[in-house]
Design a protein. Structure first.
Length: 450
């Protein structure tokens, strides 16, 4: 008999699985029902196409019409397999493939509307370590499943609507050995080409922004250019707070308030993202450089196994020296692209040993000066990390050699007090105004109005 994975996704799959309208207990589990249907219809069930029959909108294009809805999903553990069942309102073309180092399964699909509610935490005791889902790029959604052990992905089967269900996609994962997993893992050629096209388009947009008259170009006594970078986004939700607050939502809300505060002071402001969408780390840096940013402020929220740790901290780029905690944070934050299922096998890490030339050194010094200003202002409106609130780390988002940049960890979502106050409008407004005052101080105590 199958064993539940402790509600890894939403376990209730509409009326049949939940006992029907009368609420009576079901005679069979969800896996029993699916197994019976599969046996009865063996040989007649459609398989998901190996390649999308319709490639859908071009990269970055907004889908037309209502989005298909992912209504529920469930993972059950059997003796010989792990089964994923996704229920949708409409048929969609799913692509399932595996990537190694770290080992994970990527389920790629057109943009959908996720109606799964707040994702419960997985048990992590089976083949599945963790998972995430969300918007990857405009027109493209994705689910990424991290693995505890290697698996082989079986043929994807589609159950047509029946008995109150929508379309059900059944994906079975079978245990295998590392050698077989490694041999089958890799980015499908057409999807890799799509990602290359997305990166090309992003570069074109960045170049167009750099040349646009309204971008201001390099500051020459006019408006100062400030880039606000809300961390994570889309499929990469970041840290999940003890109160259910997601890091990606917190930092976007704070970034919008900071943009308003800076714009009111006359700064020319650009955000790396304005909605719940994933932006790869190199693109965030490219946006700052193409905008000729005089300052980049990246917003995040931290977590710690010790729930008593509390307070805001600020990071600037390290020249290679950092303490253990700073190094651990850098490893977590620099995994953002891997978390979203981006293939990084073809390139070097953006924070490989950095050659610190005079330009980089000057940029780092200016970054540290802003960090000191910010801590001074923020200390009056929120709690500051008691021990070494200004730290250095090799963070990928801070590596532009010509853009002073800081990463602000607004507080600890693992601490109840921090998480609760970060979830209030009053706290967010006070912090945004304090950061804006620090920007004024950094640019010589002047606003950007000349």
């Amino acid at each position: 008999m199958p064993r539940s994975l402790g509600g890894l996704f939403v376990v209730c799959l509409l009326a049949t699985v939940c006992g029907g309208p009368s609420g009576a207990a079901p005679a069979d589990t969800a896996d029993d029902i699916i197994a019976r249907v599969l046996r009865e219809r063996a040989g007649s069930l459609p398989s998901a196409p190996a390649k999308p029959q319709n490639a859908g909108p071009s990269v970055g294009a907004k889908p037309k019409g209502p989005l298909p809805i992912v209504m529920s999903a469930r993972i059950g553990e059997h003796d010989d397999r792990t089964r994923l069942v996704i229920e949708l309102s409409d048929p969609v073309n799913l692509r399932t493939f595996t990537l190694a180092n770290p080992d994970r399964i990527v389920i790629d699909m057109p943009q959908v509307d996720w109606r799964l509610g707040a994702p419960p935490r997985p048990s992590g005791l089976s083949a599945i370590k963790s998972y995430r889902y969300g918007l990857f790029r405009t027109g493209n959604s994705r689910m990424v499943i991290d693995l505890n052990q290697p698996v082989t992905v079986g043929d994807t089967l589609v159950l047509p609507p029946s008995n109150g269900f929508g379309y059900r996609v059944v994906i079975d994962l079978f245990p295998t050995n590392s050698q077989k997993f490694q041999a089958n893992a890799g980015w499908p050629a057409d999807l890799k080409a799509r990602e290359a096209e997305a990166q090309r388009l992003a570069a074109l947009v960045a170049e167009a922004t750099r040349k646009a008259p309204e971008s201001g170009g390099p500051s020459t006594g006019g408006k100062k250019n400030v880039v606000i970078d809300p961390g994570h986004g889309g499929i990469d939700s970041g840290t999940s707070g003890v109160n259910g607050l997601l890091e990606k939502d917190l930092v976007l809300a704070e970034a919008l308030k900071l943009r308003k505060a800076l714009a009111s002071r006359g700064y020319h402001v650009r955000m790396t993202r304005e909605s719940d969408v994933f932006i790869p780390l190199p693109e965030r840096v490219a946006i700052a450089r193409s905008f000729h940013a005089d300052l980049m402020i990246s917003l995040h929220a931290d977590s710690n196994p010790d729930s008593s740790v509390t307070g805001l901290s600020i990071y600037t780029l390290s020249d290679g020296r950092s303490d253990r905690e700073a190094a651990a944070l850098a490893r977590r934050e620099n995994q953002s692209d891997i978390i979203a299922g981006v293939d990084l096998s073809g390139g070097n890490s953006p924070v490989a040993p950095i050659l610190i030339d005079l330009t980089q050194r000057d940029t780092m010094n200016r970054s540290s000066r802003f960090a000191s200003n910010a801590l001074s202002e923020l200390g009056g409106v929120t709690d500051i990390l008691a021990r070494s609130p200004h730290r250095s780390a090799s963070l990928a988002v801070l590596v532009a050699p010509d853009v002073p940049a800081t990463l602000i960890e607004l507080g600890y979502l693992s601490n109840q007090g921090d998480a609760d106050q970060m979830n209030t409008e009053s706290w967010r407004k006070r912090v945004a105004e304090a950061i804006a005052r620090a920007v004024d101080d950094y640019f010589g105590g002047r606003t950007a109005r000349q």
